[in-house]
Design a protein around this ligand. Structure first.
Ligand SMILES: NC(=O)c1ccc[n+]([C@@H]2O[C@H](COP(=O)([O-])OP(=O)(O)OC[C@H]3O[C@@H](n4cnc5c(N)ncnc54)[C@H](O)[C@@H]3O)[C@@H](O)[C@H]2O)c1
Length: 277
């Protein structure tokens, strides 16, 4: 019997990248999935965001793995949209057992005193408030169900240490760590655990794009992939340019599982040592 047989797992930002990796793995472990994604471009984001085709592909993959799935287009910034998809999942499968607030963005890089208020706010809206919306939409039902559970927020090494020129992202992700720790205290009497997973650079479109290359290689106009990745590897103690999405999924699965039954209010970094360098 798989660890997540019959469990209900909700994931934001599930159209591609880490969200898709988590969804497919939970599906293989027997879970039923509730998935949503914005499936559209935000003007503040300097790389292509996911599409409806991407979300459809995730749905196809989890179904291929044998899972039942409820999915929808929802913007994590808009509570009513998130709550509508979550409620569809609850109507179909019952109360969630696991919620992964994975959706995230970054905006064009710049010092805090140069960044536009629009860019600053967009990142906080998605990465902090969007994660809260995702948890908020599921938690009353989870508390009422009285069967415990696990909520997990995707942070970043940038949620654990300062990084120049992405101050809005650093602020949002640090805020999310505080939110999760508070959730851990408030939810402990209900047997619901709350934890963070903090990826380092990971091989997904949020990292593999020209705007990110410019951030890592500010001294060159059009840096090659080789230069970009060697700079990225040089900043990581284990010397790897990136993790694969599946590396992050391993930590998410463990935090969600009963193997972590006494683990709450903490963080697992999967970052090659970035957070300590
Ligand atoms: N890839 C990395 O290098 C890296 C490093 C550290 C942390 N992270 C974090 O990991 C998480 C997953 O990112 P990823 O690496 O899979 O990147 P990604 O860009 O491939 O996936 C992010 C997904 O979130 C969705 N999304 C963005 N804004 C949304 C919104 N408002 N509402 C709903 N969905 C929205 C996107 O459409 C996309 O499908 C993010 O929280 C990100 O900040 C990524």
């Amino acid at each position: 019997m798989a660890d997540f047989d019959g469990k209900v797992v909700a994931i934001s930002g599930a159209a591609r990248g880490q969200g898709r990796s988590h969804a497919v793995r939970f599906a293989k472990e027997g879970a039923r999935l509730v998935l949503f994604d914005i499936c559209g471009q935000m003007s503040e984001v300097p790389y292509a965001m996911a599409t409806k085709n991407d979300l459809d592909e995730t749905v196809r993959l989890v179904q291929e793995a044998g899972a039942e799935v409820v999915s929808g287009v929802a913007d994590a910034r808009t509570y009513d949209e998130v709550a509508a998809v979550m409620q569809s999942g609850i109507d179909a499968f019952g109360s969630p057992d696991v919620v992964v607030a994975n959706a995230g963005i970054w905006s064009e890089a710049g010092a805090l005193w140069e960044m536009t208020p629009k860019d600053f706010r967009a990142v906080v809206d998605v990465d902090l408030i969007g994660a809260w919306h995702t948890f908020r939409a599921a938690l009353p039902t989870m508390v009422d169900a009285g069967k415990g559970g696990s909520i997990i927020a995707t942070i970043s090494a940038a949620g654990l240490k300062p990084l120049q020129n992405i101050g809005n992202y650093v602020a949002a992700k640090h805020g999310l760590v505080g939110l999760v720790k508070t959730a851990a205290l408030e939810l402990a009497p209900h047997g619901i655990r709350a934890n963070c997973v903090s990826p380092g650079n990971t091989n997904t479109p949020i990292f593999r794009n020209d705007a990110m290359k410019r951030l890592f290689v500010p001294d060159q106009d059009e840096p090659s992939d080789d230069v970009f990745l060697s700079r990225a590897a040089g900043m990581v103690p284990l010397g790897v340019p990136y993790m694969e999405p599946g590396d992050i999924t391993e930590a998410v699965l463990w935090l969600a599982s009963d193997h972590a039954r006494y683990v709450t209010g903490t963080n697992i970094s999967v970052d090659g040592g970035s957070a300590i360098s």
